[in-house]
Design a binder for this molecule. Sequence first.
Ligand code: ZN
Length: 121
Amino acid sequence: MQRPLSTRSRRYKDVYEQAIKLPLEFLHCRVWQHSWGRPAREVLDTNEVQYSVECTSCHAIKLKWTSLRGIPVATRMIYPADYCLVATGILETVDRAVICEIYDQRLIEEEQAAPTTLAAA
Ligand SMILES: [Zn+2]
C-alpha cells in the first residue's frame, strides 16, 4: 500500500489546488468512473460503426469506432472544459487519493447543508 502524499508536498498542492475547483459531478466521475447513458450508433461511409455515448454526470463524451463486425478501430474521449487537471501528467493512486479526499469532504458538506433521508435515519 502506498503512503499518502504529504500535504506539504508540491505534488499534493498541484493536485489539490486544481481538484478543489472541480464541481461535485466531475469529482464523482473521477472517484466512481463515468455514468454512461445509452450510446448512439451510426454506420459511416467508411464501413465503420461510430458509437457515441455521454456521461450523465459530467457530460464527457466517448466515441468509439469499430468495423461492421465489431473489431475495435479507435476510441476518443472528449472531456468538458476544466475536467482535466493541467500539467499533472498521469495521475497516480496517491494523486487520486487527494481527489477522493476532496470528494468525500464535499459529500459531507452537502449532507450537512441538506441532510438526506438516509443520513437522517
Ligand atoms: Zn463523467
